[in-house]
Design a protein around this ligand. Structure first.
Ligand code: PMP
Ligand code: GLU
Length: 397
């Protein structure tokens, strides 16, 4: 037997990717599964972005790029930050990576020393705690219930901070809850952080453009903490480019430099072709973003209606991203065909096997009472999926 490193022995696989894989396997066996598990837009990448990638190939963008990405892409990202967020960054403060996932991991590796605490509001995206453990840090969870729209309060944050706190990871709009922090709520969070000058922030804004509430607010907008905030963003969600693998940070210079050094030893710059595509994504033509947001909004409204018709599911009013995260614990302790549902993973497995709909149990998101469903799929699929879920849940006695 191979003796794996201690680091790997402690690492759990991604529950979102595992469930999606399971759903693909059942599909390959001919079972008609509707996949609401993985979070990725179902749209094709817009044509002008694909055209830019074709051109990049023809123009021989086939060599190593600079480690943090082409200067032209980093300038385009600075342009986006100024235009859309009113934030001024220099290209030296931007590091492009193989997706926002690597960006988050880079920052944790760059900042966290063994024993450092990282505050993670729960529910959280599945990968944060695992990445913190990889960096030998200690995750500290702050739970936000459905009654508080899954958002932490400034008081909760204050209570969680200790002399060992290195970082807060705040995701807004949130995966998995769809909750969005308002400008006022972020201002109150910033006021707490102001009092703790050694605490840094990863502001995961990958769902920035999928926001039904209005203008996106960022913790980086508050001058008193600006030089401790690292924005994480990328093209995966806003431009339907999950497979292209381009994410980035906008960071204080010292952190950007550290991520540059780390990445230079670890992966080098991301794909040259994908970078040229991302550069086009941040160009003049932004109409695709609004078109997709409108489609997600329509689906969000449809799904809220469909979930409200299912007895036993309790839901918040998600204002962003493309997930619903209903509380489903009313079904725990119930059975079907001699099998009892004890937790969210049992329920997700039941919905997959009996209802043929793939969802992800809330356990992996730090919310064992809930279950995540992605609505990044067609209206027809959603209507069918929630009819199946309703039918399957009615079998549980
Ligand atoms: N952050 C959050 C909250 C996510 O949901 C995801 C996954 N889509 C990522 C980061 C990583 O995105 P990607 O690596 O595809 O850019
Ligand atoms: N972030 C997406 C999700 O939560 C994609 C899967 C992943 O990267 O874990 O489903």
């Amino acid at each position: 037997m191979v003796l794996l490193s201690e680091r790997l022995r402690a690492l759990a696989p991604s529950a979102t990717l595992a469930m999606s894989q399971k759903s693909s396997e059942l599909k390959a066996q001919g079972i008609d599964v509707i996949n609401l598990s993985v979070g990725e837009p179902d749209f094709n990448t817009p044509q002008h972005i694909k055209d830019a990638a074709h051109k990049a190939i023809d123009d021989n963008f086939s060599f190593y790029s600079p480690v943090p990405g082409y200067l032209s892409l980093r300038k385009a990202i600075c342009g986006k930050l100024l235009r859309e967020n009113g934030l001024t960054y220099q290209p030296e403060q931007i590091v492009c990576s193989n997706g926002a996932k690597q960006s988050v991991c880079n920052v944790l590796m760059a900042l966290v020393s063994p024993g450092d605490e990282v505050i993670i509001p729960a529910p959280y995206w599945v990968s944060y705690p695992q990445m913190v453990v990889l960096a030998q840090g200690t995750p500290v969870y702050v739970s936000a219930s459905i009654e508080q729209d899954f958002k932490i309060t400034p008081e909760q944050l204050q209570q969680a901070i200790t002399p060992k706190t290195k970082l807060l990871i705040l995701c807004s709009p949130s995966n998995p809850t769809g909750s969005v922090y308002t400008y006022e709520e972020l201002r109150a969070i910033a006021a707490v952080l102001e009092k703790h000058p050694n605490v840094y922030v990863i502001a995961d804004e990958i769902y920035e453009h999928i926001n039904y509430m209005g203008a996106h607010a960022s913790l980086a907008q508050f001058p008193s903490i600006h030089d401790r905030v690292v924005i994480v963003n990328g093209v995966s969600k806003a431009y339907a480019m999950t497979g292209w693998r381009i994410g980035w940070i906008a960071a204080p210079l010292a952190i950007a430099k550290a991520c540059n050094t780390l990445q230079g030893q670890y992966t080098s710059g991301p794909s040259s072709i994908a970078q040229k595509a991302a550069e086009a994504a941040y160009g003049d033509n932004q109409s695709c973003v609004e078109e997709m947001r409108q489609a997600f909004l329509r689906r969000r409204n449809l799904v809220l209606q469909l979930v409200s018709e299912i007895p036993g599911l309790q839901i918040n009013n998600p204002q962003g991203a493309f997930y619903v995260f209903p509380r489903c614990s009313a079904f725990y302790g119930k059975s079907y065909n001699g099998k009892t549902i004890d937790n969210s993973n049992d329920l997700a497995m039941f919905l997959l096997e009996v209802g043929h709909v793939a969802c992800v149990g809330g356990d992996a998101f730090g919310a064992p009472d809930c279950i995540r469903m992605s609505y990044a799929t067609s209206d027809e699929n959603l209507v069918e999926a929630f009819a199946r879920i309703k039918q399957a849940l009615a079998l549980l006695k």
